[in-house]
Design a protein around this ligand. Structure first.
Ligand code: NAP
Length: 459
């Protein structure tokens, strides 16, 4: 049996079990049974689908590329989650990401379940034609299990609008006459995508940071000042002053988050470092983020790697190793690259007191526990990076009605949704001893458990 190894699930269920106000109708032996069922449901996905995609390459060679679609849970709605194109994809990773999607949707009250896809390939190693064939064949292989009311994929690392457009076109062709706009999200706007989808995750990541360190404190300062909670102290230490921010990963999520931080006139942050898989660029007085975004757009997503390239675009920065970003002096570290970036061997070198998880699972469980003990606030992935799935939901709704919102409307709805979640989570966070991740898990698992209980699935 395959299992998501999340000790936090056990702790979350224990915390819920002890709460008398949680599922008060379910008591005694049936309460124990219900919680055991819940643990099993969370720890194992509903379905694991795997295919070996047969691919003729341009050089005449024929290869078989492993591909997955894992459907974790659909109690709250159709499965939903991205398709990752990366050489390090593996079944366990996809499964863990599908589990996080279940919780992310439950946390933000988005009517979807959790799923995830992955293809073990470095997309940069394929020509555009080969990539197109791979996308088309992915849909052919998984056509029976995907669809607007079954399982709705979206982009993830290594995939984007182009791939979603190709996939939707294939889905439309195979399922002739059926609704198709809701089969994939993250499509180009001209193909039924939503305005603002590309920026949604990065904007949401910055929104959670700002909400926690500024908007919420403005409204609740007196209470926080009275609180003995160690995280309240960290929050207040960062309130009302310009913050130094570093962003690991300068792709879809990282570049937009960095721009948002740079542009926030009120808080006057300084984005002092950004990185990608090649370099870290540092300027303690603040980097020129718009110039770097423009450069990456013209250079296949890569940041400048030499003095000459920096000079060409008039950006002042020193070039350091890609790992340097993690351990620099700074206030806020935003992780927007890949998993497991802060772990057992480097957590004690981390100087930031606020960490925001733009990427999924960038901090390991061990590092997470140690950092929390030191009063470091980690805004967890399921809370911080849900902007993408929230706007995907808006895209799906717009596709159903073939009525499309303005960009302003999209961001307004995005911030309302994320703001509601923050308002639900934060008062409890500052009142109880748990870290923010545990708090978010308790909330998400609580909602999912109640739904499953009412559906008669916990026995
Ligand atoms: P992306 O556009 O592919 O960007 C990834 C970035 O990380 C690139 O700048 C890449 O650099 C960099 N990177 C890769 N390996 C690195 C390393 N070892 N050290 C430092 N940087 C490294 O992907 P994305 O869409 O922004 O996704 C980033 C993370 O956010 C993923 O965990 C993803 O699951 C999560 N996420 C994304 C969305 C979304 O809507 N896109 C939604 C929720 C969560 P190179 O360009 O040099 O390769």
């Amino acid at each position: 049996m395959s299992e998501v190894s999340h000790p936090i699930v056990k702790e979350t269920l224990k915390a819920l079990l002890e709460r008398k106000e949680f599922l008060p109708v379910c008591q005694g032996e049936s309460r124990d049974k219900a919680f055991k069922s819940m643990e099993a449901i969370l720890s194992t996905p509903n379905q694991i689908h795997k295919a070996y995609i047969r691919m003729p390459l341009a050089n005449g060679e024929i290869v078989r590329i492993p591909a997955f679609r894992i459907q974790h849970n659909n109690a709250l709605g159709p499965y939903k989650g991205g398709i990752r194109f990366h050489e390090s994809v593996n079944e366990h990773e996809v499964e863990n990401l599908s589990f996080l999607m279940t919780l992310k949707n439950a946390l933000h009250n988005v009517p979807y379940g959790g799923g995830k896809g992955g293809i073990i390939i470095d997309p940069r190693s394929l020509s555009e034609k080969e990539l197109h064939t791979l996308c088309v064949k992915y849909v052919r292989n998984f056509n029976d299990i995907i669809g607007p009311d079954k399982d709705i994929p979206a982009p993830d690392v290594g995939s984007g609008e182009r791939e979603m457009d190709w996939m939707m076109a294939e889905y439309k062709k195979i399922n002739h006459g059926q609704p198709y706009l809701g089969s994939f999200t993250g499509k180009s706007v001209i193909n039924g995508g939503s305005l603002g989808r590309r920026e949604a995750t990065g904007k949401g990541v910055y929104f959670t940071m700002r909400y926690l360190l500024h908007d919420y404190v403005e409204k609740n300062r007196t209470n926080l000042e009275k609180s003995e909670n160690r995280f309240a102290k960290t929050t207040l230490d960062h309130f009302g002053r310009p913050l130094s921010v570093a962003v690991q990963g300068f792709g879809n999520v990282g570049s937009v988050t960095a721009l948002e931080a740079y542009r926030d006139q009120k808080l006057q942050n300084k984005v002092i470092a950004v990185s990608d898989r090649n370099v870290t660029l540092v300027n303690r007085d603040g980097l020129n983020i718009p110039a770097l975004v423009e450069f990456t757009m013209k250079n296949k997503g890569d940041l400048p790697v030499s003095e000459d390239q920096l000079k060409e675009i008039n950006v002042e920065a020193t070039i350091e190793s890609r790992e340097a970003i993690l351990t620099m002096e700074m206030d806020v570290l935003i992780l927007a690259a890949l998993e497991d970036q802060i772990h057992q061997d480097n957590w004690s070198d981390i100087k930031a007191k606020i960490i925001v998880e733009g990427a999924n699972a960038p901090v390991t469980q061990e590092a997470d526990e140690q950092l929390a003990k030191n009063g470091v606030i980690i805004i967890p992935d399921i809370l911080a990076n849900a902007g993408g799935v929230i706007v995907s939901y808006l895209e799906w709704l717009q596709g159903r009605e073939t009525q499309f919102y303005t960009e302003e409307e999209v961001f307004k709805r995005l911030y309302e949704k994320m703001g509601e979640t923050m308002e639900t989570i934060l008062p409890q966070y500052y009142a109880d001893p748990y870290a923010l991740r545990q708090n978010a898990f308790i909330h998400a698992v609580g909602r999912l458990s109640e739904v499953l209980y009412k559906q008669g699935k916990l026995y």
